[in-house]
Ligand binder design. Structure first.
Ligand code: DQA
Length: 150
């Protein structure tokens, strides 16, 4: 049975394709989802891909992942820079976490250069657009393989 990984997307990521394409590209969230699902199939993982504009809903999904999933890939959008609640949930999950951002947050506004999520992340990928999601899936598959061998 392939391991289940939650791929959680935060606020405004439902606007991909329309939202600031010079920064976030022209692919939609549906495009991102199908790329991520293909990468998962190629790496022997199953993914549950979700998006919410609501902080508490993301917290609830992280809590749910603790019970149901083997890892979490998360692009928390702007909550990356503000949410102690999502950080706390990720730390409580005791799961491997990969943080992803489409844009290079270190090349942008100062306030984007701090991430609460990073404190709970095994690794961070940013600035590579949708490729970052595919790489995150591949990295998660490697992390889970190594964990099973231990
Ligand atoms: C983002 C970067 C965040 O700073 C921003 O608020 C987003 C998207 C990214 O994927 O590049 O909503 O997480």
């Amino acid at each position: 049975m392939p391991s289940l990984v939650y791929v959680l997307n935060g606020p405004n990521l439902n606007m991909l394709g329309v939202r600031e394409p010079a920064i976030y590209g022209s692919e939609t969230l549906a495009d991102l989802r199908s790329r991520t699902e293909k990468a998962a199939a190629n790496n022997g993982l199953k993914i549950d891909f979700r998006q919410s504009n609501v902080e508490g809903e993301i917290v609830t999904w992280v809590q749910e992942a603790r019970e149901k999933a083997k890892g979490i890939i998360i692009n928390a959008g702007a909550y990356t820079h503000t949410s102690v609640a999502i950080l706390d949930a990720l730390q409580a999950s005791e799961l491997p976490v990969i943080e992803v951002h489409l844009s290079n947050i270190f090349r942008r506004d100062q306030f984007r250069q701090h991430s609460y999520i990073s404190l709970a992340a095994t690794g961070v990928i940013c600035g590579l657009g949708s490729t970052g999601y595919e790489l995150a899936v591949e990295a998660m598959a490697n992390i889970l393989k190594t964990a099973h061998k231990a």
